[in-house]
Ligand binder design. Structure first.
Ligand code: C2E
Ligand code: MG
Length: 640
């Protein structure tokens, strides 16, 4: 464009100054040495001031207007702008509020030239330009001269520093050098601020989905809870059901893509009504602002509906669902930690009940806390040596497991035939806890594996000790939960113990275990290896006769609910008779449990039951008492 030039480079300007010649300055400018020196000092001071300022802040909203102010003051310019290059034009960061100068607005100006060349462009004197080429900005600002200096960031041009002057030649070579120092300073500050923002973003966002992370969610909840006057908010905690299987079966790369798709769907639902965060793994959370119970429940339903269609990764179609828990402020908590924890408790409940979504409930929380405490205690109690009291090294307030034994008697002779080992938890506060109070928890929390290992080891150790001392107590029955058979790792740990002691043990599995195919396979394997297996609680577990026919078990243990009232209930007698017939037809033995009276024992003999156990002979008792009981029976038998 006529009359508009790209300015000399600072190097060229510096060279010509060293030559003692004035650098090519504004057209027709007279150089007043004193004034120029003063100006130079002012400029150096300004650079020092801006340098300090730039070092002290990464807040560009603070720095850039200040830069404009200092430059304007130093150069006595009419106007200074710091303009950031954007997709639709140049954003004036020094205007309040910032305005965008569209690219069409800057056509023909020094701004356009600087943008195009990436070098400073200035007009020494607008009056020397053709009227037809008068840039529009001149008309607006009434300037005689102007310069646009590019500001470079790390990735290229960041923006332009534009200075306009009322005087023609108001910006000379020296001023240009000064402005280039300033733009250099601004470029570095912008870069620092960007990397600062990047680091802050990384610290507060999840790398995979780009969503806010737990830290940022907590801050947002903090903010929502500190509003005055208070406004209710809801936290929805969300966990994908069965996501672990996706990761395990299809690999983490596919898992990651699914998580990204989940984030996209959830974002579409949450929109601007709240904050969606990924807390890690397959856990997401939503903070809903200005929430009511209805709005939170509605959001939970929408979130669940996001999983109505399966996810697609390449050719794979992956169906998923999510469990959602809701906690609402202030009734479920007025601090962030409580609210998040309670949303989590509700989510857990939604998961175990398979309800899909659930709100927090104080009573259930108490029960769940208690449950978790008991599981923790039990886990520790399982690792404590049998019969071991707490020691300073092992200050167990959690007690220890101990075994009681109940004799199994030959009903026709009345002689003891064997024993059943029954676990108890000797707890320091609760006393002797019966197995039905903790076996279920042990099964749910996978403590059952180590617990069963301990029971088997201890039963074998004690009966082995008795045998060595000359007391042969026959086979010892141990109860093995379905979980120990169906879980491959747990089964592997108990299997070799059972095989090693196959001539001394009976494995009792509940009838309900037979419903599980992996457990049936494990039983078949044990039986094939010569381990004697019995079906416990027979008659209560709805087992299919097909399973019974195909399983190599040796004994059916009739559940005590059919035995208890045998003397008075003809129906129970009919059931026991049927079991005996069935067993006989299949070549199995029958044991009855829960025999409390001699009448019942006599009826069982009549019905053809071979063995039994019950309070009539002995309650389950500690190992020491068992030895005394058995020795007494043996002596009595000898003296008969
Ligand atoms: P179970 O295997 O059917 O054990 C028999 C239960 O009947 C024992 O209860 C025993 O005390 C009780 N019993 C025996 N005779 C009579 C009687 O004449 N009348 C009455 N009312 N009850 C009698 P216990 O010791 O409370 O054990 C309950 C259940 O806990 C056991 O039922 C078994 O399923 C489970 N269990 C016990 N120890 C273990 C273990 O080490 N592992 C696993 N997985 N389960 C165990
Ligand atoms: Mg049993």
């Amino acid at each position: 464009m006529a009359g508009q030039e790209s300015a000399p480079t600072p190097e060229a300007a510096a060279r010509s100054e060293q030559d003692g010649r004035p650098a090519p300055g504004p057209i027709g400018a007279e150089v007043d040495v004193i004034a120029e020196l003063r100006a130079r000092v002012r400029q150096q001071e300004a650079v020092a001031e801006l340098g300090q300022l730039a070092m002290g802040t990464t807040d560009m909203c603070e720095l850039l207007p200040r830069v404009a102010h200092v430059v304007r003051h130093t150069l006595r310019a009419s106007r200074v702008g710091v303009l950031e290059l954007q997709a639709d034009g140049l954003l004036d960061r020094t205007a309040d509020p910032p305005v965008v100068l569209g690219f069409d607005l800057i056509r023909g100006t020094t701004l356009e030239t600087a943008l195009a060349t990436g070098r400073p462009a200035h007009v020494h004197d607008y009056d020397l330009l053709d009227a037809t080429e008068m840039p529009p900005l001149r008309a607006i600002n009434d300037v005689a001269s102007a310069v646009s200096v590019p500001i470079d960031g790390r990735d290229g041009l960041w923006g332009i520093l534009v200075v306009s002057h009322r005087e023609a030649g108001g910006i000379g070579t020296q001023e240009l050098l000064f402005l280039q120092q300033v733009t250099h300073l601004v470029g570095s500050a912008v870069e620092r601020s960007r990397s600062d923002a990047r680091i802050r973003h990384q610290a507060l966002h999840d790398a995979l989905t780009g969503l806010p992370n737990r830290v940022l969610l907590r801050r947002q909840v903090d903010g929502a809870l500190s509003q005055r006057p208070p406004v209710s908010c809801a936290v929805l905690m969300l966990d994908l059901d069965g996501f672990k299987d996706v990761n395990d079966a299809l690999g983490h790369a596919v898992g990651d893509q699914v998580l990204v798709s989940v984030a996209v769907r959830l974002e579409a639902i949450v929109g601007t009504t709240g904050v969606l965060a990924r807390l890690g793994g397959d856990e997401f959370a939503v903070l809903q602002h200005a929430a009511t119970w209805e709005s939170a429940a509605d959001l939970a339903r929408q979130v669940r509906s996001a999983f109505a269609h399966p996810f697609r990764v390449g050719d794979l179609t992956i169906p998923l669902s999510a469990s959602v828990g809701i906690a609402l402020s202030p009734e479920h908590g007025d601090d962030t930690s409580t609210l998040l924890r309670r949303a989590d408790v509700a989510m857990y409940r939604a998961k175990v009940t398979r309800a899909g979504w659930a709100g927090y409930d104080h009573d259930l929380d108490r029960a769940q806390t208690e449950r978790l405490t008991v599981i923790g205690e039990l886990r520790r109690a399982v690792t404590v040596e049998h019969g071991g009291d707490p020691t300073p090294e092992r200050p167990s307030g959690d007690g220890h497991l101990t075994l009681h034994f109940q004799p199994v008697v030959d009903l026709r002779t009345g002689e003891p035939w064997g024993t059943e080992a029954l676990v108890r938890w000797q707890h320091p506060r609760r006393g002797l806890v019966p197995p039905l109070d903790f076996i279920g928890l042990a099964e749910q929390s996978r403590v059952i594996g180590p617990l069963t290992v301990r029971v088997i080891d201890e039963a074998l150790r004690l009966t082995g000790d008795w045998a060595e001392a000359g007391l042969r107590t026959g086979p010892v029955a141990v109860n093995v939960s379905m979980h120990c058979l169906s879980d491959a790792a747990t089964f592997a740990t108990i299997r070799h113990r059972l095989l090693e002691a196959r001539d001394r043990l009976v494995v009792e599995v509940t009838e309900s275990s037979l419903a599980d195919s992996a457990a049936r396979a494990a039983l078949r394997d044990l039986a094939a290896e010569g381990v004697v297996c019995a079906i416990d609680d027979f008659g209560t577990g709805y087992s299919s006769l097909v399973h019974l026919r195909d399983l190599p078990v040796r004994t059916l243990k009739v559940d005590r609910t059919f035995v208890r009232d045998l003397a008075t209930s003809s129906r129970d007698r009919a059931i026991v008779r049927a079991v005996v017939d069935l067993a006989e037809a299949m070549g199995l033995g029958v044991v009855a449990e829960g025999i409390e009276t001699p009448e019942v024992a006599a009826i069982l003999v009549d019905l053809g039951v071979e063995r039994g156990q019950g309070f009539w002979w002995a309650r389950p008792m500690p190992a020491g008492e068992m030895v005394t009981w058995w020795s007494g029976r043996a002596r009595a038998a000898r003296s008969r």
